[in-house]
Design a protein around this ligand. Structure first.
Ligand SMILES: [Zn+2]
Length: 65
């Protein structure tokens, strides 16, 4: 049972790592210092910096509840 809980903890950690498409690198990159934001239209997004070049990266996650 302990083992399963450990696995879940790892999964949660992975989900926290945000990935987004960097316009400069033209590929998916890790978002550095990701921040949850809710846009005016009620959509949830993550904004942060590209882990490769430092450009601002923005990723829409879905509808905010
Ligand atoms: Zn980049």
């Amino acid at each position: 049972m302990l083992r399963i809980r450990f696995k879940l903890a790892i999964l949660a950690e992975v989900n926290k790592m945000a990935e987004g498409r960097c316009m400069k690198c033209k590929k998916n990159v890790e978002i550095k210092s990701p921040e949850d934001v809710v846009m005016k239209n009620g959509m949830k997004a993550i904004k942060g910096l590209c882990g490769v070049c430092g450009t601002k990266v923005f990723r829409i996650v879905g509808k905010a509840k």
